[in-house]
Design a protein around this ligand. Structure first.
Ligand SMILES: NC(=O)c1ccc[n+]([C@@H]2O[C@H](COP(=O)([O-])OP(=O)(O)OC[C@H]3O[C@@H](n4cnc5c(N)ncnc54)[C@H](OP(=O)(O)O)[C@@H]3O)[C@@H](O)[C@H]2O)c1
Length: 340
């Protein structure tokens, strides 16, 4: 089988390699999954750079998300059959085959679009989970930066499904009409240079209706911009390191406006949530996947062997969508592999 590995941290395009490893066999209670489509996320880049929240042992196979089909089933496996589309929960997905226990796989309906299924596990779940961090009622406002990210798009769709309204900040005009089409209530283009300007723009549009909850993927001064824009006692949740800068918050907001700031990591949320909440979350996402409501755009697809070029592409700003990795098993998937 072909596997993407790293044996040290560093610049992603320089430290990855695609190597041959022996084909796996489905042992007792396990299945072999033939991977078809895998996504490249900012978290994967952080992991390869050694900046993620866990330290892997080397050699390490990156790849948080992907989808494949069950290729063979070992003895004593129930509930899964050859051909079933599945999403591995454990990561290390950038390979053309992997072995897993059924309980470490999300089984999907047979007719799902594989591209979108490959992007199901982390970003849509993050959006859904973050919307539960404070009690929200229909009509309430949430706010977010990097709103055209995969997480941001899913926040818009998930919030709208609950009647929650969204203020969305993007750093360039390109994505505005797309986000409005998804159901964004307000989209503000702001380059982040003046946090006070963002707060006053939000105040002007929302008037007395304050923002209760804000999601920050960027850090640095962007955190402060959200802290200034939320209502008194509002919560700012930092969940990303896109700027590479420490979160800055003016104590004025913390002390005089009782603004709260916390972090969020899906892995911790999973560890603390009860099983039924996680199952209900993925049931909702699978329904949305089937109805066409999960739509993260794709900018390009690369073969696994072209992993270095794919990682270079994924690190570029102003992409129109995700970079996906595909194997031969993706043939017949929803889109042609335009980078073949
Ligand atoms: N904490 C968790 O559990 C968790 C889970 C999932 C994802 N995340 C985080 O969520 C964030 C978004 O991930 P994603 O996969 O949804 O992203 P994505 O689809 O790959 O999109 C990247 C987004 O980041 C924006 N961006 C990149 N660098 C930026 C910067 N320096 N300043 C402002 N905006 C910047 C891009 O804007 P342009 O289009 O203008 O370039 C784009 O909107 C990442 O930080 C990721 O690590 C966290």
């Amino acid at each position: 089988m072909r596997v993407v590995e790293i044996d040290r941290f560093g610049n992603p395009a320089e430290v990855v390699r695609c190597v041959d490893r022996p084909d796996p066999v489905a042992g007792d209670g396990k299945v072999v999954v033939r991977m078809a489509v895998m996504s490249i996320n900012p978290a994967d880049l952080l992991m390869i750079e050694g900046r993620y929240g866990e330290q892997p042992t080397f050699p390490f196979v990156p790849g948080t998300e992907g989808v494949g089909r069950v290729e063979s089933v070992g003895p004593n496996v129930t509930g899964l059959a050859v051909g079933d589309p599945v999403v591995p929960l454990a990561g290390s997905c950038w390979r053309d085959r992997l072995v897993a226990r059924p309980e470490a796989l999300i089984r999907l309906p047979s007719d799902v679009p594989l591209d979108q299924a490959a992007m199901l596990k982390a970003n849509p779940a993050t959006a859904e989970a973050m919307l539960t961090l404070v009690p929200l009622e229909p009509g309430d406002w949430v706010m977010q930066n990097a709103a055209n990210s995969a997480v941001g798009r899913n926040v818009i769709v998930a919030a709208r499904a609950q009647g929650i309204r969204t203020v969305n900040v993007v750093r360039r005009p390109g994505p505005v009409s797309d986000l409005e089409g998804l159901g964004a209530d307000i989209v503000i283009v702001d380059d982040g240079s003046d946090p006070a300007r963002l707060a006053s723009a939000v105040g002007e549009v929302l008037g007395d209706a304050g923002v209760k909850l804000a999601f920050d993927a960027i850090g640095g001064t962007a955190t402060n911009a959200l802290a200034g824009a939320v209502a008194p006692s509002g919560l700012v949740v930092n969940y990303g390191l896109l700027s590479g800068e420490p979160c800055q918050v003016d104590p004025y907001h913390l002390v005089f406006r009782d603004v709260h700031v916390r972090g969020f990591w899906l892995r911790t949320w999973f560890a603390e949530a009860d099983r039924s909440a996680i199952a209900a979350l993925y049931a909702r996402l699978i329904e949305r996947l089937q109805s066409g409501g999960l739509t993260t755009p794709v900018e390009a697809r690369y073969r696994l062997d072209d992993i270095a070029a794919a990682l270079d592409h994924a690190a570029r700003p102003h992409r129109s969508g995700k970079i996906l990795l595909v194997t031969d098993a993706a043939a017949g998937a929803d889109q042609p592999a335009d980078q073949f």
